[in-house]
Design a protein around this ligand. Structure first.
Ligand SMILES: Cc1ncc(COP(=O)(O)O)c(C=O)c1O
Length: 406
């Protein structure tokens, strides 16, 4: 108490302290740990061999150019940086972007999270009783982020832990029975947290079902370029966009551009015709204005410059490719270290999965012990950030994981 008289009407008195965020809390706990052995496989940021998350060279150069040429910090408006919006959608949709341009309403967002939330707000305002179907499991922030917009959520089958792969028949069967107009959140690539992605044939089958059944895909593409490459990772999204009349797309530049804290993303909604897209654009802008008015410009201006400049773009694509190569080689390395210790198990799934994440397949108790006894930090769902592995810690991590599996 600081001497104020209690009136019984204190507004915030009823608020109780919340438990830590499932993912961000891991970083805080890791920082508090004083063990020299500690390993952070928690929050989803790319790490290099030294454990750092570097600023890509193209970002450094684009930022330098931007600062040198900037003449004003005046407002950009709720839709954000229009050139960025066009370029980032073109990166995602490829040649389809210009074909769909008149039917697409894009707004810059506060990271991929902002795009997901804006999308959910618009779904709810056009269909107050809408249900959004999310994969089981999904990224720990999807449900709070989308659910807080007031939409109801349901989970569809996605992952088969025994095979460490997509339970495609179950997924397809479930989605194939949803009523027309049902909204389905899909991870475009690098599924978070499982790392298990759909094959090209599975995407095609899904896209045909979405078209036939009138389902609405809400595609979350937070890791374009982190699976195989920028084009391959967008394959499934493009198959859907080619076929369905309506689609929501949440884009993020956090991981592939390394622009995490600049908070850069976009929401693109493809509508059935140009008139509807124009109306959607007004709703996107109104929703942004009501929630935060306008997105920050700095990071979007950087990404936009990189996408438009031939040499910056090439430098950036090369750097993304080297990050992917590192993640793939870490998967091979970890799989081989685990196989040395437990040859009776198949570890090849680690090489088949894509992106930064995989589920370790540990029980809740083992996940806690991994942290308490071995100082290896993963979120409560057991999701490992592969990029947190290095030549220095891989034996230590493999020892810890296999000790808990034996
Ligand atoms: C699946 C998924 N979607 C969206 C995001 C959004 O990221 P951000 O808001 O940082 O751009 C993330 C970030 O971790 C993610 O993993």
């Amino acid at each position: 108490m600081c001497g104020h008289r209690r009136t019984g009407h204190d507004m915030f008195e009823i608020l109780e302290e919340l438990p830590p965020d499932p993912i961000l809390g891991v970083t805080a706990a890791f920082k508090r740990d004083t063990s020299p052995d500690k390993v952070d496989l928690g929050v989803g940021v790319y790490r290099d061999e030294e454990g750092g998350t570097p600023v890509p060279k193209a970002v450094v150069e684009a930022e330098r150019q931007l600062i040198a040429s900037q003449t004003t910090k005046s407002y950009v408006g709720p839709v954000g940086n229009v050139e960025f919006n066009e370029r980032i959608v073109a990166l995602a949709l490829g040649p389809l972007a210009s074909k769909l341009a008149s039917r697409t309403a894009t707004i810059q967002s506060v990271g991929g999270c902002g795009a997901l939330r804006l999308g959910a707000e618009l779904v709810r305002s056009s269909k107050p009783d809408a249900l959004i179907h999310v994969s089981d499991p999904t990224w720990a922030n999807h449900e709070p982020l989308i659910g807080s917009a007031g939409v109801k959520l349901e989970r569809y089958p996605y992952f088969d832990p025994a095979r460490q792969a997509v339970a495609f028949d179950k997924m397809h069967d479930y989605l194939g029975r949803l009523p027309a107009g049902a909204v389905v959140l899909l991870h475009a690539c690098c599924h978070n947290p499982t790392g298990a992605d759909l094959s090209e044939e599975q995407w095609l089958a899904l896209a045909e079902t979405f078209e036939r059944r009138g389902l609405v895909p809400f595609v979350d593409m937070a890791y374009q370029g982190f699976g195989d490459d920028l084009e391959t990772d967008a394959r499934g999204l493009r198959m859907l966009a080619e076929r369905v009349p309506e689609l929501l797309l949440a884009l993020s530049c956090s991981k592939n551009f390394g622009l995490y804290k600049e908070r850069v993303g976009a929401l693109a909604i493809v509508a059935k015709d140009a008139k509807t897209a124009a109306a959607i654009a007004t709703h996107e802008r109104r929703q942004a204005r009501r929630m935060y008015s306008m997105p920050p410009d700095h990071g979007a201006a950087i990404a936009s410059r990189i996408l438009a400049d031939v040499s910056l773009r090439k430098s950036w694509i090369d750097e993304v490719a080297s990050m992917v190569a590192r993640m793939k080689s870490l998967r091979v390395l970890l799989a081989s270290k685990l196989a040395e210790r437990m040859p009776e198990r198949d570890w090849n799934w680690l090489n088949q999965q894509r992106g930064m994440f995989s589920l370790l397949g540990l029980t809740d108790v083992s996940i806690q012990r991994l942290r308490d006894e071995h100082h290896v930090y993963v979120p409560p769902d057991g999701r490992m950030n592969v990029a947190g592995i290095s030549d220095q810690n891989v034996d230590y991590v493999a020892d810890a994981v296999t000790a808990l599996l034996k």
